[in-house]
Design a protein. Structure first.
Length: 200
């Protein structure tokens, strides 16, 4: 389910970037995060403006049924938006507009647009609609004379996790027979047929 949700977030952001008129600018890359900021920042900034998506962790599951084989599992994802501008840090964050049109997108605008695309959205999946979470600055600095800013935002959701029921071992002495009843939808009380199957 983690991979399904992550891929759905990426697909949503890519589709919005490619749409016409869409966001008014294009993401150069929308990718699953793989540690690029740790070792390859010089190369990564050439791809800006871009967004990375990653799974941040699970919360404590809680049972959703009395049988306790279904669990409501909280999950947190991160979107990381990166922008670069030769005009400096301010333009990197706030961008440049002319007559209301985005000429050079800033990271603040990217964060706002990502929120519009994800907040309250379930992406067509069997999950709780995304709730926006904390925002933090990963980078807000100069590099080779250009401003570089990368901001991360948490996205919270929940989904039902089904644990397999304990399997019955037919060779166990306590399980020699199984009773089977056939019920019609209109009558869930009285079986129309029944029988016993020997497991040995």
């Amino acid at each position: 389910m983690i991979a399904v949700i992550e891929d759905a977030i990426i697909a949503r952001l890519k589709a919005a970037s490619a749409a016409t008129p869409g966001l008014g600018y294009k993401f150069q890359h929308v990718e699953s995060y793989g540690g690029e900021f740790d070792d390859e920042l010089d190369m990564v900034v050439r791809k800006f403006p871009s967004v990375w998506v990653t799974f941040a962790g699970f919360g404590k599951p809680r049972p959703s049924s009395t049988q306790k084989h279904k669990w409501i599992t909280p999950a947190t994802f991160l979107t990381m938006a990166g922008s670069r501008n030769v005009r400096g840090e301010r333009a990197t964050r706030q961008g440049v507009k002319v007559a209301g049109a985005v000429i050079e997108v800033g990271v603040y605008q990217m964060m706002d647009d990502i929120s519009l695309l994800l907040a309250g959205n379930d992406l067509g999946l069997a999950i709780k609609r995304f709730m926006p979470g904390a925002v933090r600055t990963l980078y807000n600095t100069k590099q080779r004379g250009s401003g570089v800013a990368i901001f991360a935002r948490e996205w919270h959701t929940e989904f039902v996790e089904v644990q397999p029921r304990e399997q019955i071992d037919p060779s166990h002495g306590d399980y020699l027979k199984v009773g089977i009843g056939l019920y019609l939808p209109a009558d869930a009380v009285n079986p129309v047929d029944s029988g016993v199957v020997n497991l040995t």
